[in-house]
Write a protein that binds this ligand. Structure first.
Ligand code: ZN
Length: 143
């Protein structure tokens, strides 16, 4: 009895492998994100109008399956790369925002009275003499 199950399993595995040959067959980052959106859509469906969550989930699931079983491996992999680049860009944008916030904490930002060039100086230094980096006008500023 055991061997029959084993044979069936092997048969199933080989037919699956034959089916998957030359197909993308990867759960890359883009597919994972699409699956997360699918789940979110299903979870939030009761609170969304017009079955929007369900419709979104079905679309996302079709996309995931379409990409997973796609025979065009290179376009799929390019899609994933483009997606990863976009994510990196968004992450970069947020870390930049964080930096400007911490800048505001340690620097005073003011503009040159002559040319309106934005300048910055470390906070808490008292009265300092500033030379504008653009027009080289010198003036005093309390920081
Ligand atoms: Zn200036």
């Amino acid at each position: 009895m055991k061997t029959i199950w084993l044979q069936r399993l092997i048969k199933w595995t080989t037919s699956y492998q034959k089916f998957m040959r030359g197909r993308y067959g990867q759960f890359d980052s883009l597919n994972k994100t699409l699956l997360v959106i699918t789940l979110l859509g299903l979870l939030l469906n009761p609170w969304l109008p017009f079955q929007l969550g369900r419709i979104l989930s079905i679309i996302m699931l079709v996309l995931v399956y379409g990409r997973f079983f796609s025979k065009k491996i290179y376009p799929r992999s390019n899609e994933n790369q483009a997606y990863l680049r976009k994510v990196a860009k968004i992450k970069g944008f947020f870390s930049k925002q964080k930096q400007t916030v911490s800048d505001k904490r340690t620097y005073t930002i003011f503009s040159c009275p002559n040319c309106q060039q934005k300048l910055r100086a470390p906070k808490g230094k008292g009265l300092i003499r500033v030379t504008c980096s653009k027009c080289h006008q010198s003036f005093e500023k309390k920081v």
